[in-house]
Write a protein that binds this ligand. Structure first.
Ligand SMILES: NC(=O)c1ccc[n+]([C@@H]2O[C@H](COP(=O)([O-])OP(=O)(O)OC[C@H]3O[C@@H](n4cnc5c(N)ncnc54)[C@H](OP(=O)(O)O)[C@@H]3O)[C@@H](O)[C@H]2O)c1
Length: 294
C-alpha cells in the first residue's frame, strides 16, 4: 500500500511495530515517513494520528494476541474518529467457521479460532462505532514472495519446515497489489460498509502452494498435502472439522449505480502471478481486478 501511495505521489505516513519499511521516495513529500507505533498503547495511537492529521487511516495491523488484533484495532478506530479521519480497516475470512460454502458481505462472523474471534470482535466494534468506516475482509494474501504463505512454501520445498498444506482449508487467494489497489480505491472513494476483497477462485491452501512453487522454480511435489479435518496439527486450537470451509463471495458489479467499492472483485490473484518465472514478465502478468468507479 505504501509503495502504491508513494508511486502515485500521495503524501503518506506509515507505521511499524518491529522495524521500519523501506525508504521510498514520494514526489509529494521528502519521502515516506515511518513512525514507530504499538497499537496497544492508547496514548501513542492518539499522538501519532493527531501528529500526522491524515485524511484517511488504513489499518492492516494484526498480531497473535487479542490486545493487538481486537483492542488495538478498536483503539485505532476510536482515535481516527476523534480526529475526524476516514477509516479503512482490513479484516479476514478467519471470522468465518466454514459452516457455509460461500460468505457474502451480509454474513455475520461465526469464528472458530482465537484469531478469528479477535478479528470478529474488532470488525463488529468498528462497524457499529463508525458506520462511515469501510471494513474490508480479505483472504490469503500472496504476491511478491514475502507473504507468510509464500515463505512457508519455500521452507517446505527446502525441507526446512515440517508442516502440511491443507487441501480442505478453502481460501480465495488475492494478489497483494490488487488488494492494495482496491483498498486505496475504497479509501479515496469515501465508500462505507463491508467489502469482501478476495480473489475469484476458492482453492485449498495446497493448490496456491503448488502454483507458487512452480512460479519460483521449486518442486511442488515436495509440498506435503493434508486435511484439516481430523488433523492432529489443529487439535486443541479449537478449529472444528469442516467439509466445506469458507470462501469469500465478492459480488459482481451490477448496473451503473452500484455502491462504490462493492465491485472491487479482485481477479486472478494467484494464478497469473505464479506462472513459471521464465514466462512472467511485462504483458504476461495479467491481473484484471475490476476497478471501483467513482
Ligand atoms: N496474510 C494473509 O494471508 C491474510 C489473510 C486474511 C486477512 N489478512 C489481514 O490482512 C492484514 C495484513 O496481513 P499481513 O499478512 O500483512 O499481516 P502481518 O504480516 O502479520 O503484519 C501485521 C502487521 O501488523 C503490525 N503489527 C503487529 N503488532 C503490532 C502492534 N502491537 N502495533 C502496531 N502494529 C503491529 C506489523 O508491524 P511490523 O511489521 O512492524 O511488526 C505488521 O505491519 C491483517 O489485518 C490480516 O488480518 C491477512
Amino acid at each position: 500500500m505504501i509503495r502504491q501511495a508513494a508511486a502515485a505521489g500521495r503524501q503518506t505516513s506509515a507505521t511499524f511495530a518491529s522495524r521500519p519499511g523501506p525508504a521510498l521516495p514520494c514526489p509529494a513529500s521528502d519521502g515516506v515517513v515511518w513512525r514507530p507505533l504499538d497499537i496497544r498503547d492508547p496514548a501513542r495511537v492518539a499522538a501519532v494520528i493527531a501528529d500526522v492529521a491524515p485524511s484517511a487511516v488504513i489499518t492492516a495491523s494484526s498480531g497473535a494476541d487479542w490486545a493487538v488484533t481486537a483492542d488495538g484495532a478498536v483503539r485505532v478506530a476510536l482515535a481516527a474518529a476523534e480526529q475526524g479521519c476516514r477509516l479503512v480497516h482490513v479484516f479476514s475470512d478467519a471470522v468465518f467457521s466454514g459452516a457455509r460454502v460461500r460468505y457474502d458481505e451480509r454474513c455475520l462472523p461465526d469464528p472458530l479460532t482465537p484469531y478469528g474471534a479477535a478479528k470478529a470482535a474488532a470488525e463488529t466494534a468498528v462497524r457499529l462505532l463508525m458506520p462511515a468506516a469501510a471494513v474490508a475482509r480479505t483472504s490469503l494474501i500472496a504476491g511478491h514472495g514475502r507473504s507468510v504463505h509464500e515463505r512457508t512454501v519455500h521452507a517446505l520445498a527446502d525441507g526446512t519446515r515440517d508442516t502440511v498444506l491443507f487441501t480442505d482449508d478453502i481460501r480465495c487467494p488475492v494478489h497483494v497489489d490488487d488488494l492494495a489497489a482496491a483498498l486505496w480505491e475504497i479509501a479515496l472513494s469515501g465508500a462505507a460498509g463491508m467489502f469482501h476483497l478476495a480473489g475469484p477462485d476458492a482453492l485449498g491452501r495446497h493448490d496456491p502452494g503448488v502454483l507458487i512453487a512452480r512460479r519460483d522454480g521449486l518442486d511442488g511435489a515436495r509440498l506435503p498435502a493434508g486435511r484439516r479435518a481430523g488433523s492432529s496439527r489443529t487439535r486443541g486450537r479449537g478449529r472444528a472439522v469442516r467439509e466445506q470451509p469458507p470462501a469469500l463471495s465478492c459480488p459482481r458489479p451490477r448496473g451503473r449505480h452500484r455502491r462504490p467499492g462493492r465491485a472491487a472483485r479482485l481477479k486472478a490473484a494467484c494464478v497469473p502471478d505464479v506462472r513459471p518465472t521464465g514466462r512472467t514478465g511485462p504483458g504476461s502478468h495479467r491481473r484484471h481486478g475490476s476497478r471501483v468507479k467513482r
